[in-house]
Design a protein around this ligand. Structure first.
Ligand SMILES: [Zn+2]
Length: 340
């Protein structure tokens, strides 16, 4: 066979059957920490920057909430901005949410702003201004600017094309050559934002969850696996098998983590969040995270939750829609779960 199709198929099947036999040989409580360590290793290490002091950049009164913009740093020589949305009627520490956007123009897209920072009065796009939806339900929300989008595109990319949609390609390839990944950098920054939110007086550090859409679902799932203080997680437009999504559909290079499939398929990795509450949301016509793969993954994750004695902590919603956020059940689930 000159073509590699069946060869790739064989390699995939061998990897998956190796996972199965390893899972049978290893006790669950041995395999889970091993997979968690493998995920941490695969996404790469980033030096922490504990000395950096957060800086308030702006504070704006909005309808029903205050919107702050703060500057943070997770690793030396690199800073980033995040919006913090605080409900007006905040009485005592409130539940908090780390809100992670996907491909687009950055965190402004989820806090109801246009690219230039002016209010977006039009119908929201696929991100549904979801950070605003959450603050309006009485949660304090932090929405960090994910590196590679909007104001965080590389100057080298902008010099060639001022309208370049992202810098994922150059960030991913250069980090991979250094034994790191763009996912690792994004997760490191997301966890910094989580820690900053946990330290804010308006938020209850014991009641902080996460909601991530698409690429933000990738960051969010890894962050929730690695940070046990994330109490509730909503993944939307992301949950699937590697085979049915990033192997079957042309995806941004930031979805590929070298070596990760040698350890596990995506559902088993997402299952590492168990027994903490998890909500899986998917559009039934999502072309890039197809619903058949979602259903397969959700069933496997349910089996893991059942084995962990936490079957009732997993919820899901397949909504009529494409690659977009619905929120029809997940927003209230997050509020309820973090309030109980
Ligand atoms: Zn990307």
């Amino acid at each position: 066979m000159w073509n590699g199709d069946s060869y790739l198929e064989k390699l995939y099947d061998e990897a998956v059957s190796r996972h199965r036999s390893q899972a049978m040989l290893e006790l669950r409580n041995e395999r889970r920490p091993k997979l968690k360590a493998a995920l941490r290793e695969a996404i790469g290490h980033f030096e922490p920057n504990p000395a950096h002091a957060p800086k308030l950049l702006e504070r704006v009164e909005c309808e029903g909430y205050i919107r702050e913009r703060v500057e943070l740093s997770a690793t030396p020589d690199l800073t980033f901005a995040a919006y913090v949305l605080i409900p007006h009627d905040a009485k005592g520490p409130l539940p908090g949410v780390l809100a992670l956007h996907g491909h687009g123009y950055g965190s402004r897209e989820i806090v109801g702003l246009l690219k230039d920072g002016s209010p977006d009065e039009a119908e929201p796009g696929i991100h549904q201004h979801f950070a605003v939806q959450l603050v309006k339900r009485g949660m304090v929300v932090i929405a960090p600017d994910v590196i590679g989008f909007g104001e965080r595109r590389l100057l080298a990319d902008l010099a060639l094309n001022p309208d370049v949609p992202s810098s994922c390609y150059n960030l991913s390839t250069q980090l991979m050559m250094l034994g790191k990944t763009l996912t690792g950098l994004r997760v490191t920054e997301a966890l910094k934002a989580f820690n900053y939110l946990a330290g804010r007086p308006e938020a209850d550090a014991n009641r902080i969850g996460l909601m991530g859409f698409s690429g933000g679902g990738l960051i969010g799932f890894a962050a929730a696996v690695l940070e046990a203080r994330i109490n509730a997680t909503v993944l939307t437009g992301f949950t699937n098998t590697f085979k049915d999504s990033i192997f079957a559909v042309h995806h941004c290079i930031d979805n590929y983590t070298p070596g990760l499939l040698a350890y596990a398929e995506l559902p088993e990795l997402i299952g590492l969040i168990a027994p903490r509450p998890l909500f899986l949301e998917s559009g039934e016509n999502d072309p890039i995270f197809p619903v058949a793969g979602f259903r397969k993954a959700a069933a496997e994750i349910q089996a893991i939750y059942d084995a962990e004695g936490a079957g009732d902590k997993l919820a899901q919603d397949v909504f009529p829609g494409a690659h977009e956020i619905s929120g029809r059940l997940s927003y209230d689930w997050l509020k309820r779960t973090l309030s109980s």
